[in-house]
Write a protein that binds this ligand. Structure first.
Ligand SMILES: C[S@@+](CC[C@H](N)C(=O)[O-])C[C@H]1O[C@@H](n2cnc3c(N)ncnc32)[C@H](O)[C@@H]1O
Length: 438
């Protein structure tokens, strides 16, 4: 007879990891997103969604758990696990038969009646902004058709449109705002690139895919923990042309990187464009961020061979965007100009603040207007490059260039023929088929 004690059913990893992250979040060890990226659970979207729902309903959940007498009757119940499981129970519903789940389910009726209408089933990060959900296909690992097949089997369909008839709303359907810096850049296979503020590495891996792992990308990250995430992502996403460096970009010696042609500067910012709770950012904080952003941009513009510097933030404040750009333009006026991105992405509607003379040359997105997160992009181009182009490019070529930007969109929308050979990482938008329940 087997006398070994029976192993109890383990708590599903999703809930275990989510409760650990919640504990760290409540101990003020970082933002949910940062902690999720640092964590071990790979389905970032799923765990992030669950944690957002838990945090957004924190007051209702905590009160309902206390009122239900769960903690009085079950004093050993981990309160973080209890909160995560409650969010799931009141949201998607709990599945599984580990002990904490079975225990919590005994209190379901009471918890539901106490939480009542104070619990919102939909996370604001998913529903309130009413933004489309995007899927970026990493063609360094798989093909668009493969992903398309899998999405199709799971009840999702890709939205297609005619790339010769691009409208503004098409842009917004098919492009994730944070991909704009890479899309508007002139990088191509063989390019020599620096990603100055790289972690967690989304843009880095997109850049690597866009140049099809040819050329070279140096991805720099100052913060050690975030650097480790960057390293992991670069490997996971098979971005083999990337070298990572754990250092302060502003201390990167100019002469050692004298060949670099493209620099992406996507610095830490107030994140006001993705601020789900519309928290006010103190003026003092905005000022200090702007100061450090200007410092980074200035350093990027100082590299001797750099032809393009693409500056971006997910902030909506002019202090972190147009004002930083204005100061850099003043300082580097003999060397750099802003490329007019309104020409590059014809059909785009929303530009930089027009009280700045260069405002319309920059791109902006805003959640309420553009159905995507708030974002800002400005592209500095070395004047000699512009002169060369103007003398060698006639009007017909200019027309072709505009068509090229449409081609990008064509790729973005999922034209698999052009995809692998041109822009190897794709942003697209998947829409749930109507017959399938959301
Ligand atoms: C907005 S995040 C970058 C997001 C990233 N580009 C992406 O798409 O995944 C800004 C990053 O810049 C890093 N950072 C801030 N100052 C830096 C500096 N002086 N040198 C290098 N990295 C820096 C921050 O630690 C942070 O990880």
């Amino acid at each position: 007879m087997d006398t070994k004690p029976q192993h109890s059913v383990p708590v599903p990893r999703l809930y275990k990891e989510a409760s650990k992250i919640l504990r760290r979040y409540e101990n003020k060890e970082g933002a949910i997103k940062t902690l999720v990226y640092k964590g071990k659970y790979k389905n970032f979207g799923r765990i992030y969604g669950l944690l957002c729902k838990t945090v957004e309903n924190s007051a209702a959940i905590k009160a309902a758990l206390v009122e239900s007498s769960l903690y009085t009757n079950e004093p050993k119940f981990d309160p973080y696990l209890a909160q995560v499981l409650t969010a799931e129970m009141l949201g998607k519903g709990l599945l599984g038969d580990c002990k904490p789940i079975l225990t919590l389910l005994k209190y379901e009726g009471k918890i539901r009646s106490f939480a009542g209408s104070n619990f919102s089933r939909h996370s604001s990060h998913v529903m309130k902004d009413n933004c489309p959900r995007y899927v970026r296909v990493n063609t360094l690992k798989t093909s668009l058709s493969n992903v398309q097949y899998q999405l199709d089997n799971n009840g999702w369909s890709l939205q297609e449109y005619d790339p010769t008839q691009v409208t503004y709303s098409d842009f917004l359907k098919f492009i994730q705002a944070s991909c704009l810096p890479v899309l508007v850049s002139g990088i191509k296979p063989g390019s020599n690139v620096i990603d100055a503020c790289a972690a967690p590495g989304n843009k880095t891996s997109y850049i690597a895919a866009a140049i099809n792992n040819t050329g070279h990308v140096v991805a720099i990250e100052k913060d050690l923990e975030r650097y480790q995430t960057l390293q992991r992502l670069v490997v996971e996403r098979r971005a083999t042309c990337v070298t990572t460096l754990n250092q302060d970009f502003t201390r990167l010696p100019l002469d050692k990187y004298s060949q670099v042609e493209f620099i992406f500067v996507d610095p830490s910012c107030s994140s006001s464009g993705v601020n789900l709770h519309n928290d006010e950012v103190p003026e003092e904080r905005i000022r200090s961020l702007a100061c450090f952003q200007a410092h980074l941009l200035r350093h990027a513009l100082s590299f001797p061979s750099v032809q393009e510097v693409i500056y971006s933030t997910c902030s909506v404040y002019v202090q972190e965007n147009e004002e930083v750009v204005q100061n850099a333009l003043k300082e580097f006026q003999d060397q750099f100009e802003l490329e007019d991105l309104s020409e590059k992405l014809s059909g785009w509607k929303h530009f930089g603040n027009e009280s700045f003379v260069f405002g319309r040359r920059c791109l902006r997105t805003r959640t309420d207007v553009d159905k995507c997160h708030g974002f800002f992009v400005a592209k500095f181009v070395r004047i000699s490059k512009i002169c060369n182009r103007l003398t060698s490019v006639n009007k017909i070529d200019k027309k072709r260039k505009q068509q090229k930007s449409f081609k990008n969109l064509e790729i973005v929308s999922g034209n698999s023929k052009n995809l692998e050979s041109k822009l190897s990482e794709v942003v697209t938008c998947a829409k749930k088929k109507q017959k399938v329940k959301r």
